[in-house]
Design a binder for this molecule. Structure first.
Ligand SMILES: [Zn+2]
Ligand SMILES: [Zn+2]
Length: 443
């Protein structure tokens, strides 16, 4: 199970080194891809993949897209991507016409408004496709249902109740009384059935986090959050078992003078940075680390990185590397116990190993050879299995306590080593070796 980040910028992007939010995961290990968020330019990110990153991602393999919220930096790539993936219609007199060809279908999941957004842009741009799409909306108590009326010859394209010609009527999935959406969809993975749950998280507008769980061994769980300043409402979905991986935003960050002697970034105080992030509905790395601790996550990746923090161009891009390590350390200090945190960059690939719960002998550490951008997330398992999971009220600390994350705990298991990188790589492929594995991987 690998996750590849296609865009890691906050809404201030895209920038020279980062596209805005999107990632894909081969959740079912059957070559299909499930996507979370789809910023402008996501289609092009498939074309720009560094050539030596294998296996390369194929846009045609996308089968499900999960949208966290309707902000432009998370959805503006949807219609261009659908145009690309849902083939254009073939003329009936063409030699390629295959009337019995089974139609492919892409399924989209997201908050209220997603159905109208996709439907109206598809209609207004006169987009025609041979394959189909369906939008399932996750509705809160106050949300309106968006009707799905079939198109007829005399319906107006501006009528938002009328479906696009390639659209299939989707489900209106109401939240449970506890505000969560359970088992919105599922799929048969190689090891186990995968079930997807969703929960609300606090941002300045309605926003979701998605939880992807294997229902049987190895019971991996991946929690992918949209933009947030407090994800505590989703905590009930993050317990039993604790997540193998948490992907949490860290839009802004205090930077130490050590990492930025120029003062350009480091002159902003922790308090100023925190207040600004919260006022915009976002998080600092300490909040991500605190939430990882709260839910007992095994690994943490920081995503949705602000424009002040461009991704390193290569492993020797010391100034940018230093800044990113500083951001990771801010999260790791709040997490405690010398945990390892990774700040995402475009095309970073994260492997979620399936040996959760069992100590990993060094000889079985999984490595994808030839994959330069692999981030090895195997680590000593025993510690996190016993990480305490506190009750929901503890999450207040994730917001209010952030300013006082001045822990002195030292990060000892984070070793950054330089490695080769592809000349096309726009991001800094940092290399991690992990304490607990006798063998250190240098790639
Ligand atoms: Zn955003
Ligand atoms: Zn947002």
């Amino acid at each position: 199970m690998d996750i590849v980040f296609l865009g890691t910028s906050s809404g201030g992007g895209p920038s020279e080194s980062r596209n805005c939010s999107s990632l894909v995961c081969d959740m079912l290990a059957d070559h299909s891809l499930w996507m979370v968020d789809c910023a402008e330019g996501t289609t092009r990110q498939f074309a720009l993949q560094p050539h030596n990153v294998k296996p390369s991602l194929r846009i045609q393999k996308i089968s499900k897209i999960f949208i966290t919220h309707m902000h432009a930096d998370h959805v503006m790539g949807l219609v261009p991507l659908l145009r690309n993936v849902l083939f254009p219609p073939v003329a009936s007199n063409s030699i390629y016409a295959a009337p019995n060809h089974p139609k492919r279908r892409i399924e989209l999941y997201g908050p209220a408004g997603l159905r109208t957004f996709v439907r109206q842009i598809m209609k207004m741009t006169l987009t025609r496709t041979s394959d189909e799409y369906v939008v399932h909306e996750l509705l809160r108590e106050d949300d309106q249902v968006t009707p799905c009326i079939s198109v007829t010859d005399n319906t107006s394209i501006t009528d938002t109740s009328v479906m696009h010609s390639s659209e299939i009527a989707g489900s209106d999935i109401q939240a449970s009384p506890d505000g969560l959406w359970r088992a919105i969809t599922q799929g048969r993975g190689r090891m186990s059935e995968i079930v997807v749950d969703a929960g609300p998280i606090l941002h300045r507008d309605p926003c979701l986090g998605y939880v992807f769980s294997e229902v049987r061994f190895p019971s991996r769980k991946i929690v992918i959050l949209g933009d947030t300043y407090d994800p505590s409402p989703i905590i009930p979905l993050c317990n039993n078992p604790s997540p193998s991986l948490l992907i949490h935003e860290a839009t802004d960050s205090h930077i130490s003078h050590h990492a930025d002697p120029t003062g350009k970034l480091s002159r902003r105080t922790e308090k100023d940075v925190l207040e600004k992030a919260l006022s915009r509905g976002h998080s600092v790395p300490e909040m991500a680390g605190a939430f990882a601790k709260l839910i007992g996550a095994r690994d943490l990746v920081l995503n949705h990185i602000g424009g002040r923090f461009p991704a390193p161009r290569n492993p020797r891009d010391a100034p940018r590397q230093k800044i990113m390590r500083d951001i990771e350390n801010n999260a790791a200090r709040a997490w405690g116990s010398g945990r390892r945190v990774t700040a995402a960059y475009d095309y970073m690939r994260v492997h979620v190993p399936f040996d959760v719960g069992n100590p990993i002998p060094s000889s079985s550490t999984e490595t994808v050879h030839g994959n330069q951008d692999m981030v090895q997330l195997n680590m000593s398992i025993s510690a996190q299995a016993s990480a305490p999971v506190e009750e929901a009220e503890g999450s207040q600390d994730a917001v209010e306590g952030s300013a006082s994350f001045a822990s002195t705990s030292k990060i000892t298991d984070l070793t950054v080593t330089s490695g080769g990188h592809h000349p096309d790589a726009r991001a800094g492929p940092s290399r991690y070796s992990v304490r607990g594995n006798n063998k250190r991987h240098r790639r």
